[in-house]
Design a protein around this ligand. Structure first.
Ligand code: AMP
Length: 445
């Protein structure tokens, strides 16, 4: 299939040629014809699947081909997103795909002065990408009117609800014209999202490009059990030993983010951070330097988990597991994008076993564990069975049997190292059967 066969206008086809997009991704192949035909859409598509072009291309096509020009302070296509970073990114995609088209696009979000945004909206914009809170502020101050809105896109709808935007979203929905096209994109589909979809969408086409609540297959995922107090040390050790290039690291708290950045900087490893306490300008600077390869490690809270489109990011590290299991899917969606392969490594301490179990239940898998020699935890991480159960009492280490019987299925030990381990790992594998439990050494150091 080609983009031309989907019926997109020539200027868009030229842009796609310039961007070297040869064939539509599965979500694009389904979404583009449906959006061109004016249908509503409910798409289960994670970031990395090409979903942005899936809605931006046909909407740009329709904006150019149909309807009157935009009025002052008006908007024709409204795209709602959860975070400022995603707003900038989606806006950048619209600008890129829409280059040369006679359309105005703009992005608005909180955390920056509202006045320049009010000025920019005066002439009206064809595409407005917005976070819900700032959009409502602008609407209440009559800086933006919704009467001309012909299409609404909810991007990462699940994340907007997680971030507590339900009231703002309802207020926006109530002010929009009833006759409009609505496209809803979400990585996960909770009952709340389904209820919202039922209210907003009219006979939508359902698109599911990867099964519900699953992680991208091209991402190799594994867990390293470790004591909480040794996580920083383990991270630095793995970084060096495995010769990681750029890594995006997720940490639970803002304080934790800053502490890890300090540790890395003290070791002369270039690092920067993104979290909610930082002004938007320095968040953007950190992201830009990371994207430009000037910063090796970007440490972030979940604010940054969605929407960051960073090419060829081979490693994502969960320094702490997310409190909300769905965030695991979003976090690791930063790697293995557009067909590339990636690794997502979680450093898990005993306190986090319930979070681990929730992630395994959600993603319907048992994450492989690799204990790192020298970092075996004193507080063992109880075994999980991938079905939401934590085996309360960890089993005593067993002497390996050749059959591997009696060894928990999610244990592979450090003998079975992840890909890219080189000859040393292979030699070790040959010497010890897979399934061997390395912690058969004395505990309680
Ligand atoms: P998204 O899921 O929208 O965040 O897109 C993920 C990445 O895939 C972005 O870097 C896009 O530029 C890229 N991309 C989207 N569609 C295509 C395509 N058809 N061919 C090649 N790359 C694409």
């Amino acid at each position: 299939m080609t983009f031309a066969s989907l019926g997109l206008i020539d200027p868009l086809l030229h842009t796609l040629e310039r961007l070297d997009y040869k064939t539509p991704t599965p979500v694009q192949a389904q979404a583009i014809p449906a959006v061109l035909a004016g249908r509503d859409l409910m798409a289960a598509a994670q970031t990395g699947t090409g979903k942005t072009a899936g809605f931006a291309l046909p909407l740009l096509h329709r904006l150019v081909s149909e309807g009157p020009p935009v009025n002052a302070n008006s908007v024709r296509v409204l795209v709602l997103v959860p975070t400022r970073e995603l707003a900038e990114q989606v806006h950048a995609s619209f600008r890129e795909y829409g280059e040369g088209l006679p359309l105005r696009t703009y992005a608005v979000y909180g955390g920056v002065s509202i006045n320049p945004q009010m000025m920019a909206l005066r002439k009206g914009v064809d595409v407005l990408v917005a976070t819900p809170g700032r959009l409502l502020d602008l609407h209440r101050q009559n800086a933006v009117k919704f009467t001309q809105v012909q299409a609404l896109v909810l991007d990462e709808a699940d994340r907007m609800l997680d971030l507590g935007f339900a009231n703002e979203l309802n207020a926006v929905f109530a002010s929009l014209p009833k006759r409009r096209q609505t496209l809803l994109f979400s990585a996960t589909f909770s009952d709340e999202i389904r209820a919202m979809a039922a209210k907003l969408l009219d006979k939508p086409l359902s698109i599911e490009v990867s099964p519900r609540n699953t992680t991208v297959k091209s991402v190799k995922q594994w867990v390293v059990p470790v004591d909480k107090k040794r996580k920083s040390e383990l991270f630095c050790h793995l970084l060096k030993k495995r010769r990681w290039g750029q890594v995006l690291v997720f940490v639970k708290t803002r304080k934790g983010v800053e502490q890890l950045v300090e540790t890395l900087l003290a070791m002369k490893i270039s690092a920067d951070s993104i979290h909610g306490d930082k002004p938007q300008a320095s968040r953007q600077r950190a992201l830009d330097s990371f994207k430009a390869g000037e910063v090796k490690i970007l440490v972030a809270t979940d604010v940054a988990a969605r929407g960051l489109d960073i090419d060829d990011l081979p490693q994502v590290v969960n320094f702490d597991l997310p409190i909300i299991a769905e965030d695991y899917i979003h976090r690791i969606g930063r790697t293995g994008r557009a067909g590339a392969t990636g690794e997502a490594i979680s450093l898990v301490c005993a306190d986090e076993v319930n979070l681990l179990s929730a992630i395994e239940t959600l993603t319907k898998q048992t994450l492989v564990r690799h204990e790192e020699p020298g970092f075996e935890p004193d507080h063992r991480v109880p075994m999980t069975n991938g079905a939401g159960q934590v085996l309360k009492k960890p089993k005593k280490p067993k002497v390996p049997k050749s059959s591997g019987k009696g060894v928990p299925s999610n244990w592979v030990g450090f003998d079975d190292q992840p890909a890219g381990r080189g000859r040393r790992g292979q030699a070790r594998n040959a010497a010890a059967p897979a399934g061997r439990k390395p912690a058969a050494k004395p505990r309680g150091r």
